[in-house]
Each structure stands twice: as structure tokens, then as C-alpha cells.
Design a protein around this ligand. Structure first.
Ligand code: V47
Length: 363
């Protein structure tokens, strides 16, 4: 049972800007004092960003759901030839982005399954075609897991893969595929997937090319608090080295139609605590995103007072969480994101992918 004084020493560290330890992170997660944890995280968020709260106009594009791996938490993937498997042609991708472009999108977020037959050239052609048709749209494409796949299918080096993607129009990388780094969990939920060490190695390489990327953590399944703190501190250590991460996104697990369908998924309290502890531990990350798709719009709004300073975007067509039983909508309208932010008493700022303001939105 928590007492009012149990987090006082951590509070002092937060006030003086001292870095929190593994033990501090664990105690925060173990504490029931959600109000104090939220207040501390909010104080850090306010110090960095004041009331400024970001969103963007973006579209998610998942070119294929065909994947040769079998991650137990994923309801999105299909095997080649399985019912429901799809692969979009480049023309279909361009058409989808054309609609987003008309709606004012500044970013396309591209991730997909690891298709056993699609050649690397498909992905290069996709980036090229999108850049040619929409030169102003930022292409945030391919996780470290996909980059690892590209290396395997090309039998070339990481540097070759990264340079080819850059030439074709890649602008930055999304943060997926990190899941939980700790081997005790990773070996169970995604045992064939790119290892934690390799994910971090590739992120470091991408950063060395000047490409910004994001980082995620999938929480609320079989992991415990030690695994979460370990994950966050591994990201913090890499960020100390490269400074290349823009944003951290805690991803709330959705169990429906996954191998973990018997689990309930994280509670609202757990999600708020996870956002807040992430804000407190990741002292070298500028932005913490409350990804409304996974949290639901209302909880994402509350998370803006628990350390998050970004809601993500309009998204337009979300498939991964939707496949796993997400019940909130697959799209948010610009005005809806603005309303979520302003009704929380905060200031909405439309941003581009690199967090440069596009428009301050008057209350
Ligand atoms: O890597 C898969 C997760 C991720 C489920 O970089 C699931 O700005 C919950 O990374 N329940 C992809 N999560 C999404 C992602 C992301 C999203 C928004 C913004 C950014 C960014 C990145 O989704 C996967 C995996 O960790 N995921 N299945 C599920 N059942």
C-alpha cells in the first residue's frame, strides 16, 4: 500500500532534474499513487513544452499484411495465400496517398508485414512513386524490423539498404517492432523476430545517417514492470549516444484475435502510469506520444496531463490495432484532435513529422 511520502525522494530528483534510476522506475510502476506520478510527469512535460500539444495530419499505409513471422501479439498478419492476405500495388498505394494529400496530409506512415516474395525493389519503387507524386509529403517508413528484413533479402549490408532507401525518398523511420526488449518476454511473444540488440543496432545506424526515428514499447501483455523499466532504460542509453530518437510511444496491447486473447489488456490506470513513467525515465526524449488509436481518444486526452505532449495524427486508415479489436474509430478529423487538446485546457499545435509547427491553432 502506498503512503503519501513514499515517492518524496523521487519527487526531489524530478524537481532538481536528476536522472532517475532503474530502482526509481520500478518504484514508480509499483506505486498506487497515480496522482503523484501523474503530477510529476506533468511537471516535466510543462517544463519542456508548456501547454503546447502536438498533432499532425497523416495517413497510415500498410502495403501488405503478409508476414513470414508469427508474433503472438499480432492479429494483423496473414500467411502468404491465407484468406484475408493482401498486398497493394504501387498504384493502389499512390491512390490511397492521393486522398490523404487532398485532405492536407503532411506525412505518410508506412509499415507492413515481412512478405516472403516481395523484392526490395518494390519498397524502393513505392518510396520513389510516392515522392514523385507528393514531393511535399514526409515519408516515415519501415521499422528496424523491416530494415533487418531488407538486409536479409538483399544479402547486402545495412548501409547499402539505408542508402538505397534514402536515395528513393525515405525521410524518417517509425518506432514499431521494439515490443519488449527483454529476452524473457521477447522469446515468448515474438521469438523469431529481430532481436533487441539488432533493433537497437539498426536504430543507431539509421541515426548516424541523420535519419530521425521513433521508439515504441508494447505493454500490457505478459511483461512485468522490470521488463518495462529495462526497455525504457535501453532506449535512454541509446539516445544518450545518438540523440536520434524524436518521440517515444507506449503502445497499449489489444488482445482480441491474438495468441493472448485470454488476457484483458492494460487498464486505464496502467496506461496512464506507463505514459507518466515513460516521461519521467526518458529524460533525453523530447516527445512522448499518447497514440489515440491504441488508448482511445478519451484516455489519450487524459494522458496529455500525465506526461504526453502529442496525440499523433488523423491516421485515416488504421489496420493493426483494428485487427486486434480496437473499438475506437480508425480515423480522427483535424477538428476533433484540436477539440481533444483544447478541451483539456492545452494549446494545439499542428506539426510536421519533425515537430516543426505548421499552424498554431487558436482556442
Ligand atoms: O510494432 C501489433 C504494435 C506496432 C498489436 O512511430 C500492437 O510514430 C497493440 O509502431 N495491440 C506498430 N499493439 C505501430 C507503431 C506505431 C504506431 C503509431 C505511431 C508510430 C510512430 C508507431 O503496433 C507494432 C506492435 O508493437 N502492435 N499488434 C496489438 N495487438
Amino acid at each position: 500500500m502506498s503512503t503519501l511520502t513514499e515517492l518524496l525522494d523521487i519527487e526531489e530528483k524530478v524537481i532538481s532534474g536528476e536522472r532517475l534510476s532503474f530502482e526509481d522506475g520500478l518504484r514508480l510502476f509499483q506505486s498506487d499513487d497515480l496522482a503523484t506520478i501523474g503530477r510529476l510527469a506533468n511537471s516535466v512535460r510543462r517544463r519542456r513544452h508548456g501547454k503546447r500539444t502536438y498533432f499532425n495530419i497523416n495517413r497510415h499505409l500498410n502495403p501488405t499484411n503478409v508476414c513470414y513471422w508469427d508474433c503472438g501479439f499480432c492479429a494483423f498478419y496473414r500467411k502468404l495465400g491465407q484468406e484475408g492476405a493482401y498486398t497493394l500495388s504501387i498504384e493502389q498505394c499512390v491512390e490511397a496517398v492521393a486522398k490523404a494529400s487532398e485532405a492536407g496530409a503532411t506525412e505518410v506512415h508506412i509499415v507492413g508485414g515481412l512478405h516472403p516474395k516481395l523484392p526490395f525493389q518494390y519498397y524502393l519503387d513505392l518510396l520513389r512513386a510516392l515522392k514523385l507524386a507528393f514531393p511535399k509529403i514526409h515519408l516515415k517508413a519501415f521499422t528496424m524490423v523491416e530494415l533487418d528484413h531488407f538486409k536479409r533479402i538483399t544479402h547486402k549490408t545495412d548501409e547499402y539498404v539505408i542508402e538505397k532507401l534514402l536515395e528513393a525518398g525515405l525521410d524518417s523511420c517509425p518506432g514499431g517492432g521494439a515490443e519488449i526488449f527483454h529476452e524473457e518476454v521477447r522469446s515468448k511473444i515474438c521469438k523469431h523476430k529481430t532481436s533487441a540488440e539488432r533493433w537497437l543496432e539498426l536504430a543507431a545506424k539509421v541515426h548516424r545517417y541523420g535519419i530521425r526515428s521513433n521508439a515504441t514499447m508494447l505493454y500490457g501483455h505478459i511483461e512485468n514492470y522490470e521488463h518495462r523499466v529495462d526497455h525504457l532504460l535501453r532506449l535512454r542509453a541509446l539516445q544518450d549516444e545518438t540523440g536520434g530518437f524524436q518521440c517515444f510511444i507506449p503502445l497499449a496491447f489489444h488482445p482480441k484475435d491474438t495468441e493472448y486473447a485470454h488476457l484483458p489488456g492494460p487498464s486505464a490506470v496502467d496506461s496512464l502510469k506507463t505514459v507518466a513513467v515513460s516521461r519521467l525515465l526518458l529524460d533525453n526524449f523530447e516527445h512522448i506520444k499518447a497514440y489515440w488509436v491504441m488508448l482511445g481518444k478519451q484516455l489519450a486526452q487524459v494522458a496529455l496531463h500525465f506526461g504526453a505532449n502529442d496525440l499523433d495524427g488523423t491516421v485515416m486508415e488504421e489496420r493493426i490495432t483494428y485487427a486486434a479489436g480496437q473499438v475506437s474509430e480508425r480515423e480522427a478529423k483535424r477538428n476533433e484532435l484540436i477539440a481533444l487538446i483544447t478541451e483539456a485546457g492545452l494549446e494545439a499545435v499542428e506539426r510536421d513529422t519533425l515537430y516543426r509547427p505548421i499552424a498554431e491553432v487558436a482556442r
